[in-house]
Design a protein around this ligand. Structure first.
Ligand code: HEC
Length: 131
């Protein structure tokens, strides 16, 4: 009995950390405000937009390509990047710390500011659909 309870507690603890892409979309959408509905087409436009902040890193697609099911490549270092779409890479959008860390870094570099909750929701919606 004790062992069973331990396993349940462990399972719950893991659930609290791991999330699904759909949960991220729901959370960021709620943060974006009442009535907000994430939109993949808007996410695609956001990802491919040239923000004019960095010449080499003009858009998210500069490293992640315009089809997020494809592997990407770092536009400066040439280092390979696994696909961002959870359809091609099940590890994507499951770890809140990782998601926030990279949104923070990449948004600052490309957009020149933090991304809004609405932009994050749209981007993940686009990533879920892949292209
Ligand atoms: C300079 C190249 C580069 C650009 C430009 C770039 N990224 Fe990334 N991105 C990376 C790298 C490198 C990683 C982390 C390595 C990995 O997880 O494969 C990453 C990871 C991520 C992740 C983590 C997802 C997860 O759950 O693993 C998100 C979200 C993300 N990027 C969003 C964006 C957005 C939004 C933009 C545009 C505003 C953008 N990226 C532009 C290189 C880039």
């Amino acid at each position: 009995m004790k062992k069973v309870l331990m396993l349940i507690a462990l399972g719950l603890a893991q659930n609290a950390l791991a999330e699904t892409p759909a949960q991220f979309v729901t959370q960021y959408s709620a943060e974006a405000g009442a009535g907000f509905v994430a939109d993949a087409a808007r996410g695609k436009a956001f990802a491919s937009r040239n923000w004019g902040v960095s010449e080499k890193l003009a858009s998210c697609t500069a490293c992640h390509t315009d089809n997020l099911r494809n592997p990407g490549r770092h536009a400066v270092t040439g280092k390979a990047i696994q696909p961002l779409s959870p359809a091609a890479n099940p590890e994507r959008f499951t770890d809140p710390a990782k998601v926030e860390k990279w949104f923070k870094r990449n948004c600052k570099e490309v957009v020149g500011r933090a991304c809004s909750a609405a932009e994050k929701a749209d981007f993940i919606q686009f990533a879920k659909e892949g292209k």
